[in-house]
Ligand binder design. Structure first.
Ligand code: S3P
Length: 447
């Protein structure tokens, strides 16, 4: 049973888990679909987008920049949008600060988009977003010719962006693997005067590249001899308006993949999840731990550049601990919190190495995981940016601190399904950042 209490939500152990959660539309794709609809002149329909607070922040921002945004239909944490835009060359200078809320993707991708438009805009967000590092986008965008001012020499929000067209093309190697940085530069490169190149040590999620191609913008990708991944876009280029159906979010599916694998009596179905090679690491890592995950590929609507999709079924599994290195951490960056829970239940030791980026998410997720799992009786040790979990102990319900971070709130709620006694999730409302129907689905699967 799950109950609201003044301290938060109380989650009690479930006898069995069955059913089909209503997954939200993929958050990364939803953001990009809205931003590209703003740049494309005319009407774009976006079906089954995620309706979490982060995507709503992006919808609000594109409206302030001159797009007409209509919510045609909403159900089960998804929304169908119709966006009508004057196009990227005719944006409106926003009258007020663009409020990015809690959303790093909104902020960084918008900074890139605005860098190449002749207007002035200010980006701001909540207390968590104001702590997150922005130099990683500000520096390359300044190198392209945008003027950006911000707190602490432009490293923190609020950021004031004065963009201009015909930006200088750059050749940028991203020191930290980040799809947000890569995407910000690619969106700026649309207003570039020539070829812009982004090189990354690990190929991060490639939605921007796929979605630009589907909108008639050529984006080249190559793997260098040393394994680095190179993405090239020649500007100026204008994306055309297209319709998009957003697949189920693999990062939301991750909570149920872990829940099903760690619970002794479980079978959970997850339809039409994106199995994009740059997003599917969670499936492959869990399988390496011994998880039973059935995957049936299905045809998607998107053509050659659309997302590969699959129906997934996860069943109770005997997990064993594994080593997860920095490249896998980058590939499963949003799923690491819930993966640590799989590690806690697995036999043996799970080691996660090189997870420093987790300290720069909506909260310091290394600290948040360590505190929450320790409260639940898990043996978790942190050494620098490495996490070591000695698995196999019985979890005991306790109060957990979510640090207002959606992925921590959902991780501890899933833990509550198998922990003895009551697990209390403080401030559980943050789940609505990416998965507004999460607690309803938590009830649904135990029915
Ligand atoms: C995202 C990229 C990742 C991820 C975030 C969404 C995106 O961030 O953590 O939730 O949509 O591009 P980084 O690029 O900062 O790693």
């Amino acid at each position: 049973m799950t109950a609201a209490s003044p301290a938060g939500i109380v989650v009690r152990p479930a006898g069995r888990l069955r059913g089909t959660p209503s997954l939200p539309g993929d958050k990364s794709i939803s953001h990009r679909a809205l931003l590209l609809a703003l740049l494309a002149e005319g009407e774009s329909r976006i079906s089954a987008a995620g309706d979490g607070a982060d995507v709503r922040s992006t919808a609000g921002a594109i409206e302030a920049l001159g797009a007409r945004v209509e919510r045609l239909r909403e159900a089960d944490g998804r929304v169908d949008y119709r966006v009508t835009s004057p196009g990227g060359d005719a944006l409106t200078e926003p009258e007020a600060v663009l409020d990015c809320g809690n959303s790093g993707t909104t902020t960084r991708l918008l900074a890139g988009l605005l860098a190449g438009r002749e207007l002035f805009a200010v980006l701001d967000g909540d207390a968590s977003l104001r702590r997150r590092p922005m130099a990683r986008v500000v520096e390359p965008l300044r190198a392209m010719g945008a003027q950006i001012a911000g707190r602490r020499a432009g490293t923190l929000l609020p950021l004031a962006v004065t963009g201009r067209t015909r930006l200088r093309p750059i050749d940028h190697a991203t020191p930290v693997p980040s799809a947000q940085v890569k995407s910000a530069i690619l969106l700026a490169a649309l207003a570039g005067d020539g070829e812009t190149r982004v090189t990354e040590a690990v190929a991060t999620r490639d939605h921007t590249e796929r979605m630009l191609r589907a909108r008639s913008v050529a984006v080249d990708e190559a793997t260098r001899e040393d394994g680095w991944h190179v993405v090239t876009l020649a500007g100026p280029a204008r994306p055309i308006a297209v319709d998009e159906t957003v697949p189920s979010d693999p990062s939301a599916a991750a909570f149920w993949l872990v829940a099903g694998a760690i619970h002794p009596d479980a079978e959970i179905r997850l339809p039409a999840v994106s199995t994009n090679p740059t997003r599917r690491a969670i499936i492959d890592i869990l399988r390496r731990m011994g998880a039973s995950i059935e995957e049936s590929a299905i045809a998607g609507p998107g053509g050659p550049d659309g997302e590969p999709l699959a129906d997934l079924v996860v069943r109770s599994s005997e997990l064993r601990g594994i080593d997860i290195g920095p490249a896998e951490v980058a590939a499963a960056i949003d799923e690491i919190p819930v993966l640590t829970l799989a590690g806690a239940v697995a036999s043996g030791i799970t080691r996660i190495r090189g997870a420093s980026e987790l300290r720069h998410k909506e909260s310091d997720r290394i600290a948040g995981i360590a505190a929450g799992l320790t409260a639940l009786g898990v043996d978790v040790r942190i050494a620098g940016d490495d996490i070591e979990i000695r698995g196999g102990r019985r979890l005991t319900g306790a109060g957990t601190e979510t640090l207002d971070d959606h992925r921590l709130a959902m991780t501890f709620a899933i833990a509550g399904l198998i922990a003895e006694g009551e697990t209390v999730i403080d401030r559980p409302g943050s789940a609505a950042i990416s998965y507004p129907g999460f607690f309803r689905d938590l009830e649904g699967v135990r029915a």
